[in-house]
Design a protein around this ligand. Structure first.
Ligand SMILES: Cc1cc2nc3c(=O)[nH]c(=O)nc-3n(C[C@H](O)[C@H](O)[C@H](O)COP(=O)(O)O)c2cc1C
Length: 413
């Protein structure tokens, strides 16, 4: 149950005296702050993707959308798009003070990172995610209202706002990353991980050893885990530890039946399976955050899903890429701006740089040296800014290429 807002003295986590337990409590807190719009009756096929685009392009800090009563699915099943796509919701997710503007969140994030220490997760015996377990022949990932987001997508994507969890076989370290996951059929999904990502490095270790790669895919969870999974943490830092550091207390995890992999105890839906080298399926295309179908279909590793763990009335998370800004651009750009600011200061540079960041291209962040020569803090990807002529733009919704959020603080340590 949602507790009463605490006095400022009692505030430890946003407006509350403790972190939210799960996605449901996050939604309750966001709704209390006027940050949720409920849409009933939207179809999984294109309607959710289009509505997400319309809502996210309507104003700079759009509400999150809770899709309810999806035709053809049990009434209790819902989907949440854009969990962290505003200052207030991002601050709720991270437990930062209630902000007045986006820059407050960047500053608070930078201040947090000065004192942030990873806190390992706590293993518990039971969790709500075990309320239902479908095993082997019972598995059907399409029992959930998995969205088909853009008209030329290769399939329905169950994993967009996800956490793909794998254990490093050489270091006994667990990584969680946000990688897109497409449904192939009711017991198979495919996973697209770019070269160099931690999950890809881990998967290759299994394949090199001639072993199948066990994997969990959490598809609805505390948005803090999405922030951990979708941003570039250093190799070896577990996303649960990073999230625990923000909560100020451990994340609770339970171990999966088949591989003993850790999943969020309060997750909504988690798939468990394995990938085997050279067992692949056609994946994509997928309308990406660049605003177009960034790559042609390709063969990607297949996950045979052997277990599905889910709560009663599960809520599937959606991070829907679209013509920028997407429903996750805001958090991506604020987190990046905070990270760049932190790194800039760690270099002990006397400059007074501007941390520039746009909502439409979170990766194209740069800072300026005292000589005003721009120094790319991340490698900017020019393609983010507009569709290349040869690429197919994503259609649907009322897109505006010029919608941008600009953060231009005068940095000081
Ligand atoms: C919404 C969203 C979707 C993403 N989709 C993918 C994807 O499909 N494949 C990929 O390799 N990276 C994707 N990324 C980027 C990775 O999540 C990000 O680089 C993350 O740091 C990867 O985790 P890792 O560093 O543990 O490999 C996505 C990020 C976000 C925020």
């Amino acid at each position: 149950m949602l507790e009463k807002t605490q006095s400022p003295q009692a505030q430890r986590f946003n407006a509350y005296d403790r972190p939210h337990d799960d996605l449901r409590e996050f939604i309750a807190r966001a709704e209390r702050a006027g940050e949720i719009v409920r849409i009933a009756g939207a179809d999984w096929k294109l309607e959710m993707g289009t509505l997400a685009e319309i809502v996210n392009h309507a104003r700079p800090e759009p509400p999150a959308i809770l899709f309810e009563e999806v035709p053809g699915y049990p009434k209790g099943m819902r989907l949440l798009s854009g969990a962290t796509n505003s200052s207030k919701r991002l601050a709720i997710a991270l437990g930062l003070p209630v902000p007045r503007n986006p820059l407050d969140v960047v500053r608070a994030y930078r201040d947090r990172m000065k004192i942030h220490r990873p806190i390992p997760p706590k293993t518990v015996a039971k969790g709500p995610v075990f309320e239902n377990i479908d095993r082997d022949g019972e598995v059907d990932v399409l029992k959930f209202p998995v969205p088909f987001l853009h008209e030329h997508d290769g399939g329905r994507y169950v994993g967009t706002d996800d956490l793909v969890i794998m254990r490093d076989p050489e270091a006994d370290w667990v990584n969680g990353g946000t990688y897109r996951v497409m449904v192939q059929d009711k017991t198979h999904v495919s996973l697209w991980i770019s070269p160099g990502k931690h999950g890809r490095q881990i998967r290759e270790k299994y394949f090199r050893a001639g072993k199948p790669c066990p994997v969990l895919i959490s598809c609805g969870h505390d948005p803090l885990l999405f922030l951990a999974g979708g941003n570039e943490l250093k190799f070896g830092l577990c996303e649960y530890d990073y999230a625990g550091g923000h909560r100020g207390e451990p994340c609770e995890i339970v171990l999966s039946e088949l591989h003993g992999l850790p999943m969020p105890a309060h997750a909504e839906i988690v798939l468990e399976g394995e990938m085997v080298e050279n067992v692949t399926a056609k994946e994509g295309p997928f309308g990406e955050f660049t605003g177009y179908y960034a790559s042609s279909p390709s063969h990607q590793p297949l996950v045979e899903v052997k277990r599905v763990y889910y709560r009663n009335d599960p809520i599937l998370g959606i991070a829907s890429p679209m013509r920028p800004p997407s429903d996750f651009s805001f958090s991506k750009c604020v987190m990046k701006a905070g990270m760049i600011w932190t790194r800039w200061n760690a270099r002990d540079c006397p400059a007074s740089p501007a941390c520039g960041c746009t909502n439409s291209a979170a990766r194209a962040c740069s800072t300026s040296s005292p000589s005003s020569r721009p120094i790319p803090a991340m490698r900017a990807r020019p393609g983010c800014w507009q569709p290349a002529a040869s690429r197919v733009p994503i259609s649907g919704g009322s897109s505006s290429w010029s919608t941008r959020m600009s953060i231009r603080p005068t940095c000081s340590t």
